[in-house]
Ligand binder design. Sequence first.
Ligand code: CP
Length: 302
Amino acid sequence: MKNRSLVSIDDYSKEEINRILDLAEYFEENPNQKILEGKVIASLFFEPSTRTRLSFESAVNKLGGRIIGFTDSSTSSVTKGESLNDTIRTVSKYSDLIVMRHPLEGSARFASEVSDVPVINAGDGANQHPTQTLLDLYSIKKTQGTLENLNVFLVGDLKYGRTVHSLLIALSNFNPVFNFISHEKLRIPDEYKLILDELGVKYYEHSEFTDIISKADIIYMTRVQKERFSDPVEYEKTKNVYVLKNSMLENTKENLKILHPLPRVNEIDEDVDDNSKAYYFTQALNGVFTRQAIISSILGLK
Ligand code: CP
């Protein structure tokens, strides 16, 4: 992993994923270490973020490194017409590692090809969000004791949800059964179904929600991604179709955990938050330990 960019979850083998998860566990037990002293991490967010940006910043701060960058590209020379190529080539002269979120699919791969330093994809359009996936896997392993043979329900925007796309690929290493619950307009893209077919991973598609979740080990709720819709009417039609309520959890498995990459809009009622099966805020915390693990591996410090 040393000096390698993390653009897609495919960039890591099963062994490498397991190594990051072990390292995240180590950082959860030992969060404050000064191993990044003298290192500069560039954080370039061309799209809004709360958790990804701040958990990366928290991870770097806890490890004694420095952060430079922008949270809003309108304060950068992009507004003067500077290309992504020139921005990345320049910033890579100032930093040891670049963390980038960008609305265009493929932008992270492009950045990794022109950068002098490794690039971590913090989300590229509807494509991939590999560091979210690693923290999701860490959360699943911590709560289930294993990643193997789980019944995983993915609910909501399976078309545009980049966290779903990365998670599917990563979990396919661990013999899952997937249940996809979505509006017909927001189904999993065929390209991902083809990958699952090739890997021999079982999956089922549903449109109803309430009755079938009793079999779930993990329910992964997602927000309908308003910013990816070209037609606002389509968004209005699909946005509140699947809403998880506390009463729906009565006959679910003891080990069930509810995950959500967040932000949430309406898809999980606030009355779920106090249920012991709700795990999404701890999941967000796990992002700090996981990102400490990713940064220190890529920089060859652990
Ligand atoms: N999960 C996630 O990517 O959240 P943010 O958009 O707040 O970073």
